[in-house]
Design a protein around this ligand. Structure first.
Ligand code: NAP
Length: 543
């Protein structure tokens, strides 16, 4: 790589053209006057929302909160149509942002970054792509998303299936017509829970292969009125500022009462109200100890199981759908539209692959320990190699040629979830060790974009050539991230937060659970203290 001729020299390379890449590009290029090259594997902008086009795909954050806030007029102009933004609408929004701010002109599409090597003699990154680019940049910023490496289980015979198979995270852009088809879907996480009710309406028959049942709460999706959006727009600055200092990146108040402090009747009434309102309020706006106290949690878990038994008419199916192996919200909480009711349809069969695991995928379908299912289409709603998968696929090398994937072999090591010791001038937007996936993503993304650009401004004005996390600060941060997680119920489930869905992946809790407001304050304090915990190298070579 070092002998490859340099094809372009820029101030910064940004990887990815989703929310992160768009916001970072605009900030560095337009506000700070830097030269920037953005590489994107897709043929257009959108990131997560470019790839995840499966039926029913939408975001679980309310529309008006799921936005970029760098331009007030953009916030006033954009009209969301639904309570939750659906994938096509989010993609339209991001396309509009790219058009409106001319963000494509320095983006290279259909191009995947394959390597990034730090050259200690020049203090620059040399970034290689699958299209043969070799770009020299002082700063390397990853906006690669947390859930961008799809994970297909290595089931025996997987590739022998004669019909088409799709992963929800790589759904064909032209859509898939399920009419008259026998469809098998493996997986009942967010993607499964969103797509199963929609696919059931189209397919001749839908077989749901469920290994672990999940708790899910009605989203109560619907349209939004112009009047309610206008009201939001009048108060947009205050709403977003409150979100920035909140726990999860939204402006909703969190409950301040314990589930154990009220009578059974009061508790039931609070859960009923939250169930009727729908969405994440069931977690945020009911009781403050559901995520940390097993007894409190048991009341919420049991309430949802009761609802499942009420909705699903066949008691044996309801039993299989009712989760008992992990507490509610110890995995990513889910919200749905008609998920449990879908199992009342005649054309839907729940296949319990916990009781009778899949033995083989055959040319004609799926064979489990106790049955054979003939299928025309298989859908893998089996998730992602989250948070680190995409990093590990790139050959990122820092000082002394050290590979990031080797440094992270026992779990990701970061300071503040945005830098890693030994990798100067590499900044990871919503990297492991930051709130990221535990928050409304655009709020966390913009916080990182702001903080990273603050660092770069400082470096430019003070003649700093390298900005690098110190080992001790990183060790302390990783310990802090783990310590906080250990006080929650997150450690009681086999979730992708812990890497449990990828065979051989180290079991380490990856996101920061302390909340976006606390985290923001910590990042601000570190900056105010002259970037405490970082080593700032003075210019010794021309950059
Ligand atoms: P996921 O939550 O990891 O769920 C994967 C599903 O596949 C699980 O039910 C899992 O079962 C099953 N599975 C995996 N390997 C299997 C195997 N070998 N055999 C049988 N079943 C297997 O993945 P996801 O649903 O794509 O969601 C990932 C994350 O993306 C979400 O948690 C969320 O953060 C994000 N997302 C968000 C939205 C949204 O905003 N609405 C929508 C989609 C995704 P086990 O539980 O037994 O492992």
């Amino acid at each position: 790589m070092s002998n490859t001729p340099i094809t372009e020299t820029v101030d910064a390379v940004v990887i990815g053209a989703g929310f992160s890449g768009l916001a970072m590009n605009r900030r560095l290029r337009d506000d700070m006057g830097m030269s920037v090259r953005v590489f994107e594997a897709g043929h257009d902008v959108g990131g997560t929302w470019y790839w995840n086009r499966y039926p029913g795909a939408r975001c679980d954050s309310e529309s008006f909160l799921y936005c970029l806030t760098f331009d007030k007029q953009l916030m006033q102009d954009w009209e969301w149509s639904g309570k939750y933004p659906e994938q096509p609408e989010i993609l339209r929004y991001l396309t509009h942002v790219a058009d409106r701010f001319d963000l494509r002109s320095n983006m290279t599409f259909n191009t995947r970054v394959t390597s990034a090597h730090f050259d200690e003699s020049t203090n620059r990154w040399l970034v290689g792509t699958d299209a043969g680019d070799s770009v020299s940049a002082k700063y390397l910023i990853t906006g690669v998303g947390c859930l961008s490496s799809t994970q297909k289980p290595n089931i025996k015979g997987r590739d022998s299936f004669a019909g088409p198979s799709y992963h929800t995270g790589e759904w064909p852009h032209e859509g898939v017509d399920l009419t008259g088809k026998r469809v098998g879907v493996i997986g009942t996480g967010s993607s499964g829970v969103q797509s199963i009710p929609v696919m059931a309406k189209q397919a001749e028959h839908l077989y749901v292969f469920q290994r672990t049942p999940n708790y899910t709460v009605p989203a109560r999706h619907g349209t939004v009125t112009k009047a309610s959006l206008d009201e939001v727009k009048k108060n947009y600055d205050a709403i977003m500022e409150k979100s920035r200092w909140s726990t999860g990146g939204s402006h909703y108040d969190m409950s301040e009462i314990s589930a154990m402090s009220v009578s059974d009747e009061e508790r039931e009434a609070i859960y009923e109200r939250a169930w009727a309102e729908g969405g994440f309020k069931f977690l945020q706006d009911t009781f403050n100890d559901i995520a940390v106290n097993l007894d409190a949690n048991a009341t919420a878990s049991e309430f949802i199981r009761k609802k499942i038994r009420e909705i699903v008419k066949n008691p044996a199916v309801a039993d299989k759908l009712a989760p008992v192996d992990h507490p509610f919200a110890s995995k990513r909480p889910l919200i749905d539209t008609d998920y449990f009711d879908t199992y009342n349809r005649d054309n839907v069969t729940l296949v319990d692959i916990h009781a009778a695991p899949i033995e083989e995928i055959t040319p004609t379908g799926i064979r489990t320990q106790d049955g054979t299912y003939d299928l025309d289409i298989i859908v893998f709603a089996t998730g992602f190699d989250a948070m680190t998968g995409t990093y590990n696929k790139m050959d990122i090398r820092g000082r002394n040629g050290l590979a990031l994937k080797d440094v992270w072999a026992a779990g990701p090591l970061t300071y503040l979830g945005v830098t890693s010791a030994g990798f100067p001038n590499l900044f990871m937007i919503t990297g492991p060790g930051s709130p990221s996936v535990l928050s409304n993503m655009p709020v966390s993304i913009e916080q990182h974009v702001g903080w990273i650009s603050g660092v770069i401004e400082h470096m430019r004005s003070a003649g700093i050539s390298t900005f690098e996390a110190q080992e001790q600060a990183q060790t302390d941060w990783v310990a802090h991230v783990n310590d906080l997680a250990s006080q929650t119920l997150f450690m009681q489930a086999n979730s992708w937060y812990l890497g449990a869905n990828v065979p051989g992946k180290p079991r380490v809790f990856m996101p920061y659970v302390g909340g976006v407001g606390t985290y923001r304050q910590k990042c601000d304090e570190v900056a105010a203290a002259g970037y405490e915990g970082f080593t700032l190298g003075k210019e010794s070579v021309s950059a």
